[in-house]
Design a protein around this ligand. Structure first.
Ligand SMILES: Cc1ncc(C[n+]2csc(CCOP(=O)(O)OP(=O)(O)O)c2C)c(N)n1
Ligand SMILES: [Mg+2]
Length: 625
């Protein structure tokens, strides 16, 4: 039995029949397809989406990169068990995917990218928007998606769709491999008909596996943990991907081991769990960073150990510190010369807990008492930063977070990616539920927040979903506000105006670059951007795109605006200008270093001084072997 369809029609039909299954729950793998049409997909995938509108929902985006961000938000909120496809025209539509693809791949989040491509049959070279490469006839701009995709294929003949589509599904649903998957679709091939075997369209279920630990590695891990006097567990994004929060709590409670978290892992334990010691590393809490400095064993669970986590190799200072890495990816499991425990986070934690309970293994009481007291002290610092003495003044950024904290319950989801907010949030945010804290810090991509909020809200329609954005970030990608308005997706945008890049301004100052190019101000007489703030009204801008906007001038205004936005079923923006524009944010200072190389030679005193400090920090770097 065969069915005659175009390649695009066959692909859309195939995608609508793919399912994932984990822990007995089965759901659609590709829940919807985002698309912006032009030549290269309008008559191929576009036509197929009309033909199969009943089985494949279509979502209209404004910017290709933003459509990927929305798909990533949706997939992350769906535990990576469901995602979206994104179709684009050829040329600029396709290359606009590159940043989104890198973001998805770095964060291990599945998204399916379907860029149109130049003619496979080459009837007339070059087609509009084709890059001509004199040294190679088989290269197109879509090849720029290869290094940022976990699977890339170009379907140059109809029948090649069958293996390509199956490989694409394998990678999307593989918990180790997953990330951006690209099927480049030459525009002539998309429209070509073929007699497809009917079985290609049969429902197919992809099991998202939970591999258990190797017995030898497990035995070694148990021995290692039993020898440790000051163990610290670092929860990374893998804890969430594996939905291992419950298993982590059981492990922590059985052993007394404190749990710190990376940006991706925050919320693995709720903030008020006695063993949650908060964020770790450059943006970590004093509690977690002190434990890291004195730990004799670091148990990394589902973490990539980025430089923010390790304070660029300076954080783990214990003379005999060892690492035990529970990770589903061997690549990450072997980092820092640690003992690998290669397994799904949940399976691995359950196996560890069971084995340690047999030995009735617990950390010393004095160790527990020490970190409990430190945790309490840090909470008081957060209270102090959150609290506004006067309700009639302009808030600082931590006071903005304090106002949101006072309002949020476990149902709220907060999304952020770049600027000074990630650091403030990692240090201070009190995550009440495992999926409340949605930070994209693998790529820390300005502009992730608003489209991602749309994707998250599509996956969690009944929850208050907040995109927290700085003014720089807002200007990078406000486009999808229009999409939220069109679809009535009631996201909330909390827009923090401080007239430029507070974060990079601070970094620039610390590294001898004197805030060069980081303020949004008029050019002054000396040629620098140190004049008056620009007469830019971002609140009016959001309003002009169709959002309801609430302007908050004071702390009191802010409290009521946030409450009103939270209750609203319209897309709503709360706009607030913060105090101390591009100077201190008022949050607790960094508790650990981050390596940003400073000029080795310079004439200006600020850079010379910064270099001296830099060299002192560099000298504390460890290579763990
Ligand atoms: C797409 C992108 N470009 C550049 C950067 C580098 N960068 C990180 S934070 C930042 C400034 C963010 O400004 P804003 O959103 O206003 O936040 P603030 O620093 O003022 O809190 C820049 C330019 C980035 N992370 N992403
Ligand atoms: Mg700013």
């Amino acid at each position: 039995m065969t069915t005659r369809l175009t390649v695009a029609q066959a692909l859309v039909r195939f995608l609508s029949a793919q399912y994932t299954e984990r822990d007995g729950i089965r759901q659609r793998l590709i829940g919807a397809t985002w698309g912006i049409f032009g030549h290269g997909n309008v008559a191929g995938i576009g036509q197929a989406l009309v033909e199969y509108a009943d089985v494949m929902p279509y979502l209209q985006g404004r910017n290709e990169q933003a459509m990927v961000h929305a798909a990533v938000g949706y997939a992350r909120q769906s535990n990576r068990l469901s995602t979206h496809a994104v179709t684009t025209s050829i040329g600029p539509g396709a290359t606009n995917l590159v940043t989104g693809a890198a973001l998805a791949t770095i964060n291990h989040i599945p998204v399916l990218l379907l860029p149109g491509d130049i003619f496979a049959t080459r009837p007339a070279d070059p087609v509009l928007q084709q890059l001509e490469v004199p040294y190679a006839g088989d290269v197109s701009v879509n090849d720029s998606l290869r290094p940022v995709s976990r699977y890339f294929d170009r379907v140059t003949r109809p029948e090649a769709l069958i293996p390509a589509a199956l490989q694409a599904m394998r990678v999307l649903t593989d918990p180790v491999e997953t990330g951006a998957v690209t099927l480049a679709l030459p525009q002539d091939v998309q429209a070509e008909a073929y007699d497809w075997p009917e079985d290609f369209f049969a429902e197919r279920t992809w099991v998202v596996r939970r591999p258990g630990a190797d017995p030898t590695e497990l035995a070694e891990a148990v021995r290692t943990i039993r020898q440790a006097r000051r163990p610290l567990l670092i929860a990374g994004g893998g804890v969430h991907h594996s939905r291992a929060e419950g298993a982590l709590a059981e492990f922590a409670e059985a052993t007394g081991i404190p749990v710190a978290s990376t940006q991706a892992g925050k919320g693995s334990l709720p903030y008020d769990h006695p063993q949650d010691v908060g964020g770790i590393g450059h943006t970590g809490t004093a509690t977690a960073d002190e434990l890291a400095r004195t730990a004799d064993l670091v148990i990394g669970v589902g973490t990539r150990y980025t430089d923010f986590t390790t304070a660029s190799g300076t954080l783990f200072a214990g003379p005999d510190v060892r690492f035990l890495n529970l990770n589903i990816a061997a690549y990450d499991g072997h980092k820092l010369a640690g003992s690998p425990l290669i397994a799904d986070a949940r399976s691995g934690l359950e196996e560890l807990t069971e084995a340690l309970e047999l030995h009735d293994h617990r950390v010393p009481d004095a160790y527990r008492a020490e970190y409990s007291e430190d945790k309490e002290r840090w909470e008081q610092r957060v209270d102090a930063a959150y609290e506004a003495a006067e309700p009639d003044v302009r808030p600082t950024q931590p006071q903005v977070l304090g106002a949101l904290d006072a309002l949020a319950d476990e149902s709220d989801i907060i999304i952020n990616a770049a600027g000074s907010l990630p650091g403030d949030l990692h240090k201070m945010w009190r995550a009440r539920s495992f999926d409340q804290y949605h930070l994209e810090y693998g790529y820390s991509c300005m502009g992730y927040e608003i489209p991602a909020a749309i994707g998250v809200k599509l996956a969690a329609p009944d929850r208050p979903v907040w995109a927290l954005v700085g003014d720089g970030t807002y200007l990078m990608m406000p486009t999808e506000i229009v999409t939220a308005v069109q679809e009535g997706i009631a996201i909330k945008v909390l827009l923090v105006q401080n007239h430029g890049y507070a974060s990079i301004g601070g970094l620039s100052e610390e590294t001898g670059a004197e805030r060069f190019g980081t303020a949004y101000r008029y050019r002054a007489g000396d040629g620098t951007f140190s004049g008056a703030p620009l007469p830019v009204d971002l609140a009016a801008n959001a309003e002009s795109l169709g959002m309801r906007v609430l302007r908050a001038r004071t702390v009191a205004d802010l409290r009521s605006a946030l409450a009103e936005a939270r209750a609203s079923d319209l897309p709503t923006c709360v706009y607030v200008e913060t105090e101390t524009a591009d100077t201190v944010s008022g949050a607790p200072e960094a508790q650990a270093w981050w390596d940003v190389p400073v000029a080795e030679t310079a004439t200006r005193p600020s850079a010379v001084k910064a270099r001296e400090l830099y060299e002192r920090h560099v000298s504390t770097r460890r290579r763990h072997l």
